[in-house]
Every structure is written in C-alpha cells, then in structure tokens.
Write a protein that binds this ligand. Structure first.
Ligand SMILES: C[S@@+](CC[C@H](N)C(=O)[O-])C[C@H]1O[C@@H](n2cnc3c(N)ncnc32)[C@H](O)[C@@H]1O
Length: 343
C-alpha cells in the first residue's frame, strides 16, 4: 500500500477530505448518541478507561474515539484526562437550555440513513425517510410517535437557536406589538424574541401534537402570559392574526403551490402595515456560495415530498405575487437569511 499522503490544501487533499467527510461527522453524532458530553458534564472529567467504562464502550476503540474528539476540538485532554471544552459544553450537554444536540440526535438516528440513499432519491425524486404516511405528509407520520415528536422538536430548536437570537437582534420589533410564529415547534423563536422585547405578545401556531413541548418552553422561559399556543393545520385553517407573521424554516418543507398558499394566508392574517418574515438557509442568488442552503435543499429531497430550498429573489417574487410590497432580503446568521414583505 502506498504511504504517500495527500498534501494539505491540494485538490487531492480537498477531494479526500470531502469524500470522507462523514468520518468526523459520525464521531460527533455517535458521541451525542452515547451521551459523552452530558456524561462529562454530570460526572466530571475522566481518563479513557474510566470514561469508556461509564459509557459502556469496549476498550479496543475508546481511546482513539476520545482522542479524535480532542483532535476535532470537541473535547479537551490534559494529563490523559478528558473534559468538555468551555465553548461546546452549553450546546452539547443535554441538561442545558441551549442544548442543540437534538438536531444531531435526529441526524444520527434518521437523517444519516436517508442520506445513505441519495442516489435513489436523485433517480426517483422520492423521499427516503419512510415517513411518507398515508397522505404523503411526513409530519403526520412523525407525530404519530410521541418519542419521535419530542426528538424532532428538540432537533428544530437545535437548528434554530442562533437564527432566533439573530432575528431578535436584527428585526425592528419596536414598531409592532404582536407576532405569530407559524410552524413554531417548541417555541424557541418566540421565547427568544419575547425575552429581548418585553413589549411584544406572541402566538405560536403548530399542529396539536406540538403543544406539550411548546408549553414546556413557556414554563421554562416564563414570558409572563405573553406567549400562547394555537393548535391548527396551516394547510386547511386560517393563520392567527398578528402584526408580524413569521415562517421559520417552514416554506422549504413544501412544494411551490403550498409555499404560495402560505404566503397568501399570511397576507390575509396581517393588518395593513403588518409584515411577513421568512427565514431559511436560503440559497444564494447565484446558487454557488451558500453550500449549506444547497445541501438543505437536497435534504428536503430526502425528507419531504415536494419540498425545496430557494433564493431570496425567489421568495421576494412569491411575496410580491401574494400582494406584499417593499420586499427585501438580508443575511441573518451564518447561512440563514431573512426575507421580509410589507402589507
Ligand atoms: C422544519 S420545522 C420548523 C420549526 C421552527 N419554525 C424552526 O425554525 O425551528 C416545520 C414546522 O412546521 C410544523 N408544521 C408542519 N405541518 C404543519 C401544518 N399542516 N400546520 C401547522 N404546522 C405545521 C411542524 O410541526 C414543524 O414545527
């Protein structure tokens, strides 16, 4: 076997790194599944033998696994003792309100498998998650299982914490007094925005199965009666009325007809002077720089019948067709952008 290593930074190196990109991903996802970071937070730092024992690992791979965590910047090691890094612990320890590992739990349990069938999805155009459900609606099948429901809600919170914080900071909330978050999931957006803007009142709108986790967020964040849940189905029901209507990573789940219908429903739910806000890992207008937006759209191919991601220009076009004016798009957080339109 050749001992020649690819030179870092060369085309050969980039190709190898990309092709084996699932190796480090699995090191992180498996650690979350095993509860490695939560264990270290709860029971304290430990050496490889003790930590491996606590997690029920065979000694054959445990030390390599923990040292990989160190090499990837996920753990620290001093004198053979492993501990969480101060930066990561808040996001990877299940006991923290800022835990984003729910996203990684679902990636490990469900998405890794559907991504394994990308070839099949590209050949057939069909989702690969076995969540088709009788009516082809993946949410109906997902929410039939309470365990999956709760895990999916945690995944959504994990994926939306940073965007919620950015939206709380960057949108002109002072002009409005009410906000409705459509497809609100656990309510991370509302709890973050209402905490930062005490003059606001918020309604979370989602399917009935989501209510228990939303109420849990209300109990934890204590927004003084300013945050309430309305159960409904946005495919068949009217949207709740508010001065700002938000769709956070909702439109990309659906085909173009439903995307357009939801924007029309938002227009009807808003008073004159109201604003619709859409945030998403939007594809850049040139469809080449926001890799995450493009990958998210492929993820929709794998997970949802008809769903796809889109550019800010696409979204502004649909908003204009629905009646909105002065539409604009701006970056929100990392790969996430927001598009707003006024009634
Ligand atoms: C991809 S998640 C986004 C959640 C959240 N907005 C965020 O950014 O994390 C889509 C949300 O839409 C909700 N949803 C799906 N179908 C729905 C329907 N027919 N009516 C109301 N909500 C629905 C789901 O329950 C889920 O919470």
């Amino acid at each position: 076997m050749s001992t020649e290593q690819p030179v870092p930074g060369t085309a050969q190196d980039r190709i190898v790194q990309l092709g084996l990109g699932f190796w480090p991903a699995k090191v992180l996802l498996t650690a979350v599944e095993l509860g490695l970071y939560s264990d270290l937070a709860e029971h304290g730092p430990a050496d490889a033998a003790a930590l491996g024992k606590r997690l029920g690992l065979h000694p054959r791979g445990a030390r390599d696994f923990f040292d990989c965590q160190v090499a990837l910047g996920l753990l620290e090691r001093e004198d053979g003792v492993y501990r969480n890094t101060p930066d990561n612990a808040a996001f990877l320890d299940r006991a923290q309100d800022t835990y984003i590992g729910g996203l990684l739990e679902v990636a490990q349990e469900l998405w890794y498998r559907s991504w394994g069938n990308l070839t099949e999805a590209l050949r057939t155009g069909a989702p690969q998650n076995n969540l088709g459900g009788a009516d082809g609606n993946p949410f109906a099948a997902l929410y039939a299982d309470p365990e999956l429901t709760s895990r999916f809600q945690k995944a959504m919170t994990g994926g939306s914490l940073a965007a919620s914080q950015a939206l709380a900071a960057k949108f002109s909330w002072s002009k409005y007094s009410t906000v409705a978050d459509i497809g609100c999931s656990e309510g991370i957006l509302l709890s973050t925005v209402l905490a930062a803007h005490p003059h606001l009142t918020g309604i979370g709108f989602d399917l009935p199965a989501v209510e228990p986790t939303f109420e849990e967020t209300v109990r934890r964040s204590r927004p003084d009666g300013r945050m309430a849940f309305t159960a409904g189905n946005f495919l068949t029901d009217k949207l709740p009325s508010a001065e700002v209507v938000v769709f956070g990573r909702v439109l990309h789940d659906w085909d173009l007809d439903v995307k357009r219908m939801l924007l029309e429903k938002a227009y009807q739910a808003l008073p004159d002077g109201g604003t619709v806000v859409v945030y998403e890992s939007m594809i850049d207008d040139d469809r080449r720089t926001n890799t995450f937006g493009l990958l998210t759209s492929l993820h929709m191919l794998l997970e949802s019948p008809g769903g796809f991601d889109y550019t800010g220009a696409d979204c502004m076009g649909w908003m204009t067709e629905a009646g909105f004016n002065e539409c604009s798009a701006q970056p929100l957080d990392g790969p996430v952008s927001m598009v707003i339109g006024h009634k």
